[in-house]
Design a protein around this ligand. Structure first.
Ligand code: SAH
Length: 204
């Protein structure tokens, strides 16, 4: 599948019905999701791999990974309404993805005990609750040797320090995350947030 085709497919997916601020529910826009996934595909981290999406939301990253040939895909998400939307999205594109309801702060569900090959995630940035991103980073390093994450631009020093001897940032891809006016505290209709896609590899 070509990059443009993936982007167009992901564009068809529905969003959060009632986005919850406290959970930082922002759907990754199709172009950004496609860019992350295609990059991971070229690095041979998707095709034939077991892929996990932490905080899978409406499923855009998980479903995209399936469309690019992942062997199996599991999405973990705290919000059952989001899971319902993700399941509808998966059905729309004939994607076989298992979505599991779990709170990543409370440890990883048993379904992930065997680990996976690659994690893809757009975790909360910690804008609403400080350090909300940490359990995602910790969980990802626990279950996978390779992680692709979307982070606020400028997060690299924090992530480098936080993951210290556990993982290395080995690639950095810039991008923008256009966020539609969703919450009352947003003052413009479209806000652009600079983000970075980072590839981390586990060191031990
Ligand atoms: N991965 C999706 C959603 C990103 S928004 C996408 O790329 O579009 C972040 C997601 O993490 C939201 O769906 C939110 O509900 C979920 N989330 C936040 N805290 C969580 C937690 N503690 N455990 C599991 N999921 C959580």
């Amino acid at each position: 599948m070509k990059l443009k085709t993936l982007e167009m497919e992901l564009q068809r997916l529905g969003g959060f019905v009632k986005p919850r601020t406290s959970l930082e529910q922002y759907q990754t826009p199709a172009p950004l999701a496609a860019r992350l996934l295609y990059h991971a595909l070229m690095k041979e981290d998707i095709e034939g791999k077991v892929v996990c999406d932490l905080g899978s939301g409406t499923g855009v990253l998980a479903i995209g990974a399936y469309l690019l040939g992942a062997e199996s895909v599991i999405g973990i998400e705290i919000d059952r309404e989001a899971i319902r939307a993700a399941e509808e999205n998966a059905a729309l594109l004939d994607a076989e993805v298992t979505f599991i309801a779990a709170d990543i702060r409370k440890g990883l569900p048993i379904e992930l005990a065997a680990g996976c090959d690659t994690v893809v995630m757009n975790p909360p940035f910690g804008a609403q609750k400080a350090h909300a991103d940490r359990p995602f980073i910790d969980g990802a390093i626990t279950i996978a040797p390779v992680i692709y994450g979307i982070f606020n631009a400028g997060s690299i020093p924090f992530i480098r320090a936080y993951t210290d001897k556990r993982a290395t940032i080995d690639e950095q891809i810039g991008g923008a995350l256009p966020i539609k006016r969703t919450f009352s505290f947003h003052t413009r209709d479209i806000q652009e947030i600079r983000v970075e896609i980072l590839r981390l590899t586990r060191t031990r």
